[in-house]
Design a protein around this ligand. Structure first.
Ligand code: EPU
Length: 444
């Protein structure tokens, strides 16, 4: 992967060919965290792991607490080996800096408490979507129900807080946990903690994302007893020890949505090899409104859209099986040139609209009212401008906008894309899009 900071996106389409959908970022990172739960010396082999910055950060984080992580060839398996003891204190360098770089570092909270009986975890990083630190009280409240004693200490890295926890008696106890909201991260943390707890745990109002079912599938292969993952109610019967596993990461439905939205934006016919249409239900329906056809195909998903302006639709993000918050920016970008006004509501990460002013700079006409957008379709976006990505999906949205502009667009901050996409530029180029990495100016 070449380090990217600015992309130049030229008017493109229709797109034609095949893209390859990799493993889901938001599953791979949690599966890696779950490897800590196994017995000493146990080896985990993960396939279909995406070659993205966040996976490399998680690898370094696991190494910093004593795990062995080997990934000589990113097209092959990632192998994790659990040492006898892992360090449960992540508040000192180098672990602290790595925790601060990715939100998924929170996924170590449950496993470290369950397996090591203690943890010190600084406030996690990742995209804040303009609202400051993302809260984790649902994680900590639920882990307390399982018997963990947790407190927040100030004076963490950069003046932030540190979650300090211990498990009296060394083993968590199963409990009935009702989440106030189906938080993905809280569901994963309780699930990972409960698999080694004594007795039975139920999680009601659990998140139902395919990544939760993927995590449960891996845990069950490690010897856990998890029922109902992927539904609103998960039941876990704790076991004393988990073992080695081989597991293939579920396909990335957010990456798939990025190519679906690209085709919807500029037309064409593309095969998404490796995508799973069962995880794309709402997006398939909404794109259908716009005249974009999506269907299951052998080994993946097929998408086709006529060139020219597409129809309007309305979107609202919700916990799965609703439309994913991570899919919305790319869909909004595709609707900027639709016929008529489309409405979009962001219910999951309110305030996640940093890409909207950038779309305005390109001639988009979007009115923002709280967590609602009214997207009044314009005939064509204006290129010849520079826009800035502030997070992974905002970056993807701006690339899709650039495909629809009348002249090349510079997308700065494109390094964010490398946190979540292994090869977005090459894949788009492979289906005929005109996207290139801007060469840095020669020094002097
Ligand atoms: N929330 C709380 N308190 C909590 C936990 C969550 O108020 O204790 C709120 C959050 O602030 C947010 C909402 O609940 O408004 C949803 O958060 P959730 O816990 O479900 O999300 P997450 O686990 O922090 C994961 C993904 C996000 C994705 C969300 C929602 C990872 C690493 N991140 O975050 O993905 O947006 O689920 O689907 O799995 C991305 O991939 O770019 C990304 C940000």
């Amino acid at each position: 992967m070449v380090a990217v900071s600015t992309l130049v996106v030229s008017p493109s389409g229709p797109l034609d060919g095949v893209v390859r959908i990799g493993g889901a970022k938001n599953s791979a990172l949690k599966l890696m965290a779950a490897s800590v739960l196994a017995g000493a010396g146990h080896v985990h082999t993960l396939r279909n792991v995406p070659d993205i910055d966040d996976v490399n950060t998680m690898s370094d984080l696991l190494r910093s607490i004593g795990c062995r992580v080997e990934w000589p060839d990113p097209t092959g398996a990632l192998v994790l080996t659990r040492p006898d003891r892992v360090a449960a204190d992540l508040s000192e360098p180098p672990a602290a800096g790595l925790v601060g770089a990715i939100r998924a570092s929170t996924a170590l909270l449950g496993p470290l408490l369950a397996r090591e009986g203690e943890v010190r975890l600084p406030a996690p990083g990742g995209d804040d979507f303009g609202r400051g630190a993302r809260p984790i009280s649902m994680h900590t409240d639920a882990l307390e129900r399982l018997g963990a004693e947790l407190r927040l200490e100030s004076g963490g890295p950069g003046g932030g807080t540190v979650v300090v926890g211990r498990v009296p008696g060394g083993r968590l106890r199963g409990a009935d946990v009702r989440l106030p909201y189906p938080s993905v991260g809280a569901t994963e943390n309780v699930l990972m903690a409960a698999v080694l707890a004594e007795g039975r745990t139920t999680i009601t109002n659990a998140a139902q994302e395919p990544e939760i079912a993927d995590l449960a599938a891996m845990l069950n292969r490690m010897g856990a007893h998890v029922l109902g993952a992927g539904s609103r109610r998960i039941e876990v019967t704790g076991v004393p020890m988990l073992r080695s596993v081989e597991h293939e990461v579920v396909p990335d439905r957010i990456e798939a949505a990025t190519y679906l939205a690209s085709v919807a934006a500029v037309g064409g016919e593309v095969q998404l090899a490796g995508a799973d249409h069962r995880h794309l239900g709402v997006i398939i329906e909404r794109l259908g409104d716009t005249g974009t056809r999506v269907a299951p195909a052998l080994g993946g998903v097929w998408v086709q859209a006529p060139p020219g302006r597409r129809g309007r639709t309305d979107l609202q993000t919700l916990p799965y099986p609703g439309l994913a918050t991570d899919q919305l920016p790319m869909l909004v970008a595709a609707l900027v040139t639709a016929e008529g006004t489309s409405y979009a509501t962001e219910n999951v990460q309110p305030g996640r609209f940093a890409y909207v002013p950038e779309l305005h700079r390109m001639g988009g006409d979007i009115a923002e009212h709280g967590h609602h957008l009214a997207i009044r379709g314009v005939e064509r976006l204006r290129g010849g401008t520079t826009v800035r990505a502030t997070d992974i999906r905002a970056g993807a949205a701006l690339v899709i906008a650039g495909l629809q502009a009348d002249e090349p667009t510079r997308v700065e901050g494109a390094g964010h894309l490398e946190r979540g996409y292994a090869d977005l530029v090459d894949q788009l180029v492979g289906v005929g899009a005109r996207v290139r990495v801007e060469e840095p100016a020669p020094p002097g």
